[in-house]
Design a protein around this ligand. Structure first.
Ligand code: PEP
Ligand code: MN
Length: 668
């Protein structure tokens, strides 16, 4: 015990040193912004951030630390540094007491967003809950509050129309935004079984975000209430055992309710964006990355909106949101709400807005404010894969020489000459880049998938694969862990910040699997399962379509056409070997198909050397050969203990072999 106490003491003192280091780093960041003075250099220097990460990763690795850990920790540190430098340049700081109006009562999500936003000033900030959103606006207009907080959109349930309508009427400016990750809980007086709950109260927006969860509860009514925290208070006061509320865990704690279930939102990545309003617009230092919001209307004639938007394009202004709302009492005429990246204090933006005035029938600038959307600099894969950076991109693909009559249209280069680039949570598949997707054939346990995810991340792999529904040749083989496995895969993906790829076997699984998976895989055995292709075509997830083992290139492209034709344009093709007379390999990897496919189609193409080889020792040579013929990436199987794998063990790489593969790919 003495020994444990001693170690704990040492840990405490290390933690204190970490704190001291963080505090002095923050101080230095503040000094930097003072030293930069009026030089006008932007707060962020992406090149420096990239170099810093590369250096820290290589030093950290020498001390046995994971690149992923270093990246995660330094993302937070860099973000804090940006925030504290911004604070120095903001108006907020100079004001004394801040009175902030929000809709709801203590414990409401709006209040949490306010606390997050005004975190540096909490000791001189007063929060004042109002019954309605309109009262929040009025309080700021009448000078009863300095700032008002309005939720404007949610990533699951969409825009909050009332707020957009209020913005058009209010005499206020937007001076800030806040983004809050919203994790809903089902809260009740006591731990009653879910099946006993008869009524659920919450704000309509929160109910909408948990619609799927609520609709599965038998004989249960969802009832709108003014605010989520008020619903919690109502449950406490009514003392009805079979009533529940949807709100934050914090609201539950505040009013003494029990959590029946956490994370009941329909989408795991559920964020609400809030606007901070004030009476006067603020002028934001141009070094701070900003957004600007405006409301405009255009004349009711052909091309008017396009003309206005092209103006922004002309000034290289990037739109982050476009929303339309009907103009009251003017049927079928609309106000357009636009958010873009830029600051009115920049001459370029001011000029664009001036031009926009003459291209619109009305224009109201709502304000420029620091953006909460801060991209995170990622370490280069070359650094992770342990090789020097390489700058040269792949040579462009020559267009088809002669026209060929083909039975697919949307998949053809003729229809779309430019490469399709599919972005999966920021990872780009297609075009000049090269991605590696790796993971086990099947998810087998939490430990197994976490180990794989960690190692994939460490070596620079960009996506995590793992089958949960396995199409096995024999019905007696391991069939996968199903949704339980999917939850483990999603958890590992979240933990190591890797988008996940998993196979769907049946049309009815497409929708539920899409809730977790970033990419849906359609396996070789299902390449011509047309009802599955159609269903995947109706989903909004990218689809990784594997070539059937008895299929021609043309049949593969026609299978892709089914998905494209149903409206999903995000298809990734995959060559994984075809069946020939040869039995020395599991399949014959048709590398010739890669340059042919690149000529025929704009879709990204991957190679799966694992299923082609069937034998571990062939995977690296095939991967290296595949890389040379120019696909957009690889998908490979690896396992912490391939000898014990429940499926495809013989072809799964050991971790050290995977590291070797990554080095060879990114070094070449
Ligand atoms: C897999 O990726 O695990 C798989 C079953 O692949 P294929 O459909 O190519 O056999
Ligand atoms: Mn497999």
């Amino acid at each position: 015990m003495d020994e444990v106490d001693k170690i704990r003491k040492e840990i405490n003192s290390v933690d204190e040193r970490i704190l001291e280091a963080l505090a002095s780093r923050r101080k230095l960041a503040e000094n930097i912004i003072k030293a930069k003075g009026h030089m006008g250099a932007p707060i962020r220097d992406f090149m420096r951030e990239e170099r810093l990460l590369a250096d820290l990763i290589s030093k950290g690795r020498n001390q046995g630390l994971d690149a992923h850990l270093i990246t995660r920790v330094f993302h937070e540190i860099i973000d804090d540094s940006i925030r504290s430098q911004q604070l120095h340049l903001l108006d907020y700081e100079k004001k004394d007491l801040k009175r902030v109006a929000f809709q709801g009562i203590e414990g409401a999500y709006s209040e949490s967003a306010g606390r997050k936003h005004f975190a540096p000033y909490l000791d001189h900030t007063l929060f004042n809950g109002m019954d309605t959103l309109e009262q929040v606006v009025n309080a700021v207009e009448d000078g009863d509050a300095d700032y008002g907080l309005l939720p404007v959109e949610n990533t699951t349930a969409g825009s909050i129309n009332e707020v957009y309508d209020l913005l058009s009427m209010a005499q206020l400016s937007i001076v800030g935004e806040e983004v809050l990750r919203v994790e809903h809980c089902l809260l009740a007086l006591d731990e009653v079984p879910l099946a006993d709950i008869r009524r659920i109260y919450s704000h309509p927006q929160a109910l909408a975000e948990c619609m799927k969860f609520v609709s599965k509860l038998p004989n249960c009514q969802a009832l709108p209430y003014a605010d989520s925290a008020m619903a919690v208070k109502k449950i406490r006061d009514d003392k009805e055992l079979n009533h529940a509320a949807i709100a934050s865990e914090e609201a539950g704690r505040l009013y003494g309710l029990k959590v029946l279930r956490r994370n009941i939102e329909d989408q795991q990545n559920n964020f609400t964006r809030f606007l901070v309003l004030a009476k006067k617009p603020s002028t934001i230092d141009v070094r701070i990355p900003c957004k600007t919001s405006l409301i405009m209307s255009t004349s009711h004639e052909e091309g008017a909106l396009l003309k206005a938007l092209s103006l922004l394009h002309e000034y290289k202004i990037n739109l982050s949101k476009l929303e339309s709302r009907p103009i009251p009492n003017m049927p079928f005429q609309y106000l357009f709400y636009i958010d873009f990246e830029g600051n009115m204090a920049e001459a370029r933006v001011a000029e664009a807005i001036e031009k926009l005035r003459s291209a619109t029938t009305s224009l109201k600038v709502l304000g420029s404010y620091p953006t909460e959307h801060r991209t995170r600099t990622s370490p280069r894969i070359e650094i992770l894969a342990g090789s020097p950076p390489e700058a040269d991109a792949e040579a462009p693909v020559p267009a088809a020489q002669k026209k060929e009559k083909v039975s697919y249209k949307l998949a053809s280069r003729e229809h779309k000459p430019d490469d399709t680039i599919i972005s999966v949570r920021g990872v780009k598949i297609g075009g000049p880049g090269f991605v590696v997707i790796a993971g086990p054939c099947a998810v087998e346990s939490r430990e197994q998938i976490h180990k794989c995810a960690r190692y994939v991340r460490e070596c620079g792999g960009q996506l995590l694969r793992g089958g949960c529904f396995k199409p096995r040749t024999s019905p007696y083989s391991f069939q996968g862990l199903g949704f339980e496995g999917l939850e483990l895969l999603a958890e590992a993906g979240r933990e190591y910040d890797l988008p996940i790829v998993t196979e769907v076997l049946s049309p009815s699984d497409v929708e539920p699997v899409s809730r977790y998976a970033d990419v849906l895989q359609i396996g070789a055995r299902n390449m011509q399962n047309f009802s599955l292709l159609s269903e995947a075509g109706r989903s909004n997830r990218p689809v990784l379509l594997k070539r059937g083992m008895m299929s021609t290139i043309e049949e593969l492209l026609n299978a892709a056409e089914y998905i494209l034709d149903r409206g999903n344009h995000q298809v990734i093709l995959c060559e994984r070997g075809i069946r020939t007379f040869e039995t020395a390999t599991r399949n014959t990897l048709d590398l010739g198909s890669i340059p042919i496919l690149k000529r025929l189609t704009h879709l990204p193409i991957l190679v799966d050397p694992s299923h082609a080889a069937g034998k571990r020792e062939l995977v690296i040579p095939l991967a290296v050969a595949a890389h040379a013929v120019g696909p957009h990436g690889l998908i490979v199987e690896m396992h912490p203990e391939p000898e014990k794998a429940l499926s495809d063990g013989p072809q799964s790489l050991h971790f050290s072999e995977f590291a070797d593969l990554m080095r060879r790919i990114y070094k070449s």
